[in-house]
Design a protein around this ligand. Structure first.
Ligand code: ARG
Length: 463
């Protein structure tokens, strides 16, 4: 009696009926998980060598497997590999190509392994590589901000709260504020990498294996920092996917906030920035338009990264212990988040590097809007005036200046003394945007010396 299965699935032995074609189309994942091919091959190569080290395969067999997997890798890279929904996913595709090349030797590869711990391993390798690329992209963007801050290091601009003129700052200070955000993103990535870089392989389907494997051998070969300690958890933990999706989304939110700010700053009304034309687009009907579409798309694309976090958390929330097929749905979300952020970073860094400030326009309006009111108030406080009194007095002086259409510095001495008996001419030293900036001193402030040392620190840090 023949032992040939009724159907050619890797899991077909128990089945009497073939899989419905509609089910094959519905449940396949190879259309998207083929992106795991390199990681799958890395994982399988390490697994085969471990099997040989443990006597579950000969060394010659393991090397034959490694060589055949290398050929499959180049076939896939060169588009010579045939994909089909009947073979479900990338893991079964690679294994069946291996068996086609090596026969029974290929049929040994899946010893002491399940696709459950296999896919978890592949996805961790994929995410680890993505984390490292994203970190490089964020560093590149930080370098672009530092470069622009360095070129504009003496420029004073208005800073806003509630999108109303608030206090003057150095442009460099504002630019370096983005470096802080992207540094926290990089720190979060590094932290997420620690939990990503744990090896699930050896968890088997969920319970481990009765075969004498050596997980430490695979861990070293694949550069993981540790082993998943519990096989049930190891085969089904997707925390690292959710975390990475979140870290990406927060980075995308930072990029979106930056894009929004620069869209505003580059309007005709603000006129602070000159964006590089290569990073703007035109209108097919209004010939005069030079639009910030790249910045708008950076802002717009952040939305899908936020949606992906939600999709992943909702995917996970109903799953009982160990592998459930729902987990196959994690890949498109995390792939999309990774692709989206990398695309955003790919245009953001050169856009920042190619941007300059319109120094003349900024200088023409920097002393409007009473940006120096807080500076005046603090000069009075430093002279012993109670803060509330100083605040009220400067408020009255601003009101007076507003009714006259003047700036604070243009009010006459006797007018100031009329508003406040303790007025001193030296208070005027605090007026004017440039002076207000120069008088700053606190750590982390826009004081020129502080900003200069921040710039130095960033340059040293980013190399
Ligand atoms: N394509 C599957 C996934 O992405 C691989 C694991 C399938 N395991 C299983 N027992 N059906 O999750």
């Amino acid at each position: 009696m023949s032992h040939a299965p009724k159907q050619e699935k890797a899991w077909g032995g128990v089945f009497n009926e073939p899989t419905d074609k509609r089910v094959e189309a519905f449940s396949e994942s190879v259309s998207f998980d083929r992106r795991l091919a390199d990681d799958d091959i890395d994982g399988s190569t390490a697994h085969a060598r471990m099997l040989a080290a443990c006597g579950l395969m000969t060394a010659a067999e393991a090397e034959a497997v490694a060589a055949a997997l290398a050929e499959i890798r180049s076939d896939i890279a060169a588009d010579r590999f045939e994909f089909s929904a009947t073979k479900e996913d990338i893991h079964l595709h690679i294994e069946s190509a291996l068996t086609a090349k090596l026969g029974d030797t290929g049929r040994k590869l899946h010893t002491a392994r399940s696709r459950n711990d296999q896919v978890a391993t592949d996805l961790r390798l994929f995410c680890r590589r993505a984390i490292d690329r994203i970190d490089t992209g964020l560093a590149e963007l930080q370098r672009a901000f530092v470069g622009l801050a360095d070129r504009e290091r003496d420029l004073v601009i208005p800073a806003y709260t509630h999108l109303r003129r608030a206090q003057p700052v150095l442009a460099a200070h504002q630019l370096l504020s983005w470096c802080e955000k992207f540094q926290r993103d990089r720190d979060r990535l590094a932290d997420c990498r620690k939990r990503t870089n744990i090896l699930p392989l050896g968890s088997g389907a969920l319970a481990g294996t009765s075969l004498p494997i050596d997980r430490e051998h695979v861990r070293q070969a694949l550069g993981f920092d540790g082993l998943a300690a519990n096989s049930l958890d190891g085969a089904s933990d997707r925390d690292f996917v959710c975390e990475l999706a979140f870290v990406i989304s927060l980075s995308a939110v930072h990029l979106s906030q930056w894009a929004e700010e620069w869209i505003i700053w580059s309007t005709h009304e603000f006129g602070f920035l000159k964006l590089p034309e290569g990073f703007c687009t035109g209108s097919s009907i209004m010939p005069q338009k030079i639009n910030p579409d790249v910045l708008e798309l950076v802002r717009g694309k952040s939305a899908r990264t936020i949606g992906n976090v939600q999709a992943l958390l909702v995917l996970m929330k109903g799953l009982p212990t160990a592998y459930n097929r729902d987990l196959q749905e994690d890949k498109e979300q995390i792939f999309d988040s990774i692709d989206t952020l990398e695309a955003m970073l790919g245009v953001a860094a050169p856009l920042v590097a190619g941007t300059s400030f319109d120094r003349e326009r900024i200088a023409a309006s920097i002393d409007r809007g009473h940006l120096d009111a807080t500076s005046l108030m603090e000069a009075m406080i430093a002279d012993g005036v109670p803060q509330r009194t100083a605040h009220e007095t400067v408020g009255r002086l601003v009101r007076l200046a507003m009714t006259r259409g003047m700036q604070l510095a243009e009010l006459a001495e006797d007018e100031c003394r009329r508003e406040f008996a303790g007025w001193k001419p030296a208070f005027r030293n605090a007026l004017g945007a440039r002076h207000a900036v120069d008088r700053m001193q606190s750590e982390g402030s826009t004081a020129p010396a502080r900003v200069a040392s921040q710039l130095t620190a960033w340059k040293a840090r980013l190399g």
